[in-house]
Design a binder for this molecule. Structure first.
Ligand SMILES: Nc1ncnc2c1ncn2[C@@H]1O[C@H](COP(=O)(O)OP(=O)(O)OP(=O)(O)O)[C@@H](O)[C@H]1O
Ligand SMILES: [Mg+2]
Length: 511
């Protein structure tokens, strides 16, 4: 590298000298002088430089090559670089080191030495931002002697990318992403998604639902995740759409978490009300990783068809925070006002552009009100699977009893089965009753509490049904009364009219 340094110094001197020369004699030098100068530089600096930028395609997508190189170099740099950056991975159990900016690492490939450096350039005109790194352009630079150009471009780079990806798979941790509002997207650093480590404990074993239905869904997911070649063969994008519907507390979100854990996929929680328009949605979806689940909760209230409800709900939730920060409030209100994402935009995006991204992708919509959904979403073929998450059945109860009380059977199970057959209770409520509340709670007391709750729920349901029937009967009675009143009035009017007619004639006759 000493040689390289000298070459750089020589080249630097040559460049500065040449620039000065040109400054003083701008017209005297014909074009061929430039050619000879370049030859001279190439002689003084016989190296090839390859740059790998962090972002590709108009900053649309983070470069996979950049990430792979970063991972590859983290292995090499921990031994030789002096300044390192540390990242904690895998449940805080291990630390991944990567080289800091302006550090260099020497790697060797088939006897050839190459030099990697991590660089960052900041534009001269900087925006005022709370994140000074926002606009910085980051890249890795590979420098190698020009005589090894072929080896490096043909074999070494693919070797680095392959190894980088392998190491990344080994260190991979599942993430839960949520989308940032688009006014936070600027610059090279700020990304469209914020992430935390995904650590949800739900699995298909802990999911309480009909055994047959659960097995079917599980098999469907596993088949999909292994279907790369199959999808390629039939010429379809490797993606699958699910619609989960059912009342609150029936396990829709739990199923999404269980799916992510089963397949080891990342979860992208897409809040549509924070997306202003379809083009933003496209950018968000492009920036999801392979092997990911994109979740859109409460689809019935997050699109512009019924958007107002969700907006009101969010506003209420955040009203306290907004009071403290009027600027945030304004920005948020503007965002909400402008949200123009449409169902067709969303579906086109999933079917079109997203399909071209390669990699396995699952999209899940959830709703509590399937009847309110746009028929376009319900049309066969739009979603691959429609899953109803319903009230707790006996199968589901047994799973919950195993989870919460660690029992497979009990003398009270029979009574519970009977009650569940005639009562609607969500798995969330059943689980709440089964959970021991103190050290004095035994399995027996928990099951008895559930029986009590089921009886109360049954009584309430009967009372509610009776009230509804009574209200319906009253309404019909009222309707009937109104009708007979109207009929009576009509009859009276007819009689009156007749009388007027007859009296009129009589008066005429008297005359
Ligand atoms: N089928 C289920 N199996 C296991 N646990 C469940 C199930 N349904 C609900 N629960 C329990 O109830 C809690 C709430 O359930 P979850 O959030 O999955 O319901 P949801 O259907 O997504 O409700 P919402 O429609 O309100 O979003 C969960 O944390 C879990 O403990
Ligand atoms: Mg939910």
């Amino acid at each position: 590298m000493m040689v390289e340094m000298w070459s750089l110094v020589t080249m630097g001197c040559l460049m500065v000298g040449y620039a000065k020369f040109k400054q003083f004699f701008p017209y005297q030098f014909p074009g061929y002088f430039d050619k000879y100068f370049r030859k001279l530089v190439s002689f003084a600096y016989p190296y090839v430089e390859i740059t790998f930028d962090e972002f590709t395609g108009e900053r649309m997508k983070r470069s996979e090559a950049y990430s792979a190189i970063k991972t590859y170099l983290s292995d090499k740099s921990s031994a030789s670089a002096k300044r390192l950056k540390a990242d904690v991975v895998k449940d805080s159990q291990s630390v991944v080191l990567s080289m800091d900016y302006n550090e260099e690492v020497i790697d060797e490939f088939q006897g050839v030495k190459v030099c990697w450096s991590a660089k960052k350039t900041t534009p001269k005109t900087q925006r005022i931002s709370g994140y000074p790194d926002d606009d910085a352009k980051k890249f890795y630079r590979l420098t190698v002697h020009k005589r090894h150009r072929e080896l490096i471009t043909q074999s070494y780079v693919s070797h680095v990318l392959k190894e980088g990806k392998e190491i990344a798979t080994k260190n991979r941790q599942q993430n839960l992403y949520s989308n940032n509002r688009s006014h936070n997207w600027h610059g090279y650093k700020r990304s469209k998604w914020s992430n935390v480590v995904f650590e949800h404990p739900a699995t298909f074993d802990t999911l309480a639902m009909d055994v047959k239905q659960k097995e079917e869904i599980k098999n469907d997911l596993i088949k999909f995740s292994k279907g790369k070649d199959y999808y390629a063969r039939i010429g379809k994008a490797w993606k699958r759409g699910y619609l989960l519907y059912g009342p609150p507390g029936t396990g829709k979100s739990s199923m999404i978490a269980a799916t992510a854990n089963l397949l080891d996929y990342d979860v992208y929680d897409l809040e549509l009300t924070a997306v202003k328009e379809n083009s933003e949605l496209r950018r968000l979806l492009i920036n999801t990783s392979n092997k990911s689940i994109v979740v859109i909760e409460d689809i019935d209230c997050s699109l512009d068809l019924t958007g107002q409800r969700e907006k009101k709900k969010t506003k209420e939730k955040d009203s306290n925070a907004d009071e403290l920060d009027p600027v945030a409030k304004k920005v948020k209100e503007e965002g909400e006002k402008e949200s123009k994402v449409t169902l067709s935009g969303l579906l086109n995006c999933i079917d079109g552009l997203w399909s071209a991204c390669g990699g396995a992708r699952i999209i899940v919509f959830t709703t509590n009100h399937v009847e309110k959904l746009d028929p376009a979403l319900m049309r066969r073929g739009r979603m691959d699977k429609y899953i109803e998450m319903s009230y707790c059945c006996f199968d589901a109860f047994k799973v919950l009893a195993k989870n919460y009380l660690e029992i497979d059977s009990h003398s009270l199970f029979g009574e519970i089965e009977r009650l569940l057959g005639v009562t609607k209770m969500t798995p969330a409520d059943v689980a709440e009753n089964l959970m021991p509340k103190s050290d004095y709670d035994t399995e027996e007391t928990c099951l008895e509490r559930l029986i009590e709750a089921l009886k109360v729920a049954k009584e309430e349901a009967i009372k509610k049904a009776e009230e509804e029937a009574r209200a319906k009967a009253e309404k019909e009675e009222k309707k009937r009364n109104n009708l007979s009143k109207e009929v009576k009035e009509v009859k009276e009017n007819v009689v009156a009219a007749k009388e007027v007619k007859e009296n009129g004639f009589a008066a005429k006759e008297v005359k």
